[in-house]
Design a protein around this ligand. Sequence first.
Ligand code: CUA
Length: 276
Amino acid sequence: MIQRRSRDSGSAAPAALLAVLLLTLVAATVYIFAARVYPAPSPITANALLVDRQNNLTLYVTGAVFIFTQLGLAYAVWRFRDRGQRASYSRGNNALEVLWTSIVVVAFLTLGILGRKAWADVRLTQPASGAIQVEVTGSQFVFTFRYPGPDGKFGRLDPRLINAPAGNPLGLDPNDPRGKDDIVAASLTVPVGRPVELLIRSQDVVHNFFVRELRLQQDAVPGMVIPLHFTADRIGRYEIVCTQLCGLGHSQMYSSLNVVSEQAYEDFLKHQAALQ
Ligand code: CUA
């Protein structure tokens, strides 16, 4: 018996190693976030600022929980290490289980309710009156943008008329007078400071419209037209990427969002109209 106890008198090394590993993991993670090693590009809409604020709040809350629980785990690993003692069995504590589950539920619900505005503002509310409408169509593997032209109305589309090589990638019906002035372009150009409403659709599989600076990411789903609106307040050229794995050419599926002055926007429309 004495022999056995001395042989199994525990070992501090694995516990110490694991605890140090956990501390290192916590320190490295906190450093990556705190030092902003991978900073997001600056937001260019008021809504994107809201999204950032919400994201930061979520990071602070979940970050605090992460640090607290990992340090607790490191402490427990060390404190309850094998010292050759008999293991004791614990049935747990129902009151504590209920307490911390409730805390998690309340925290998640609160974050969800606080974040609702940032999410709903661009999706569930109407854009300001006079918003510029642009239809965004995802297809393997390009984005195509359509402006309604001076009449403000989009012409009818007929899937049977889709013929990209012949210059009709969307299948515009030539017999619809509303479509005569429609402008089809390969990139998205919008004037700075003006509300824009995007109508997002897909021609084939699920794609995604994502612009980091807008903090907007929206699936393009076949059979649906999904509205999304924003007002960009900084002139510049930003990347639009597809973020749904949509086929072999997925990684090549990108375009650009050009936020330009009012004058440059008018010039763009004139130039494009001449090209149609
Ligand atoms: Cu379209 Cu990925």
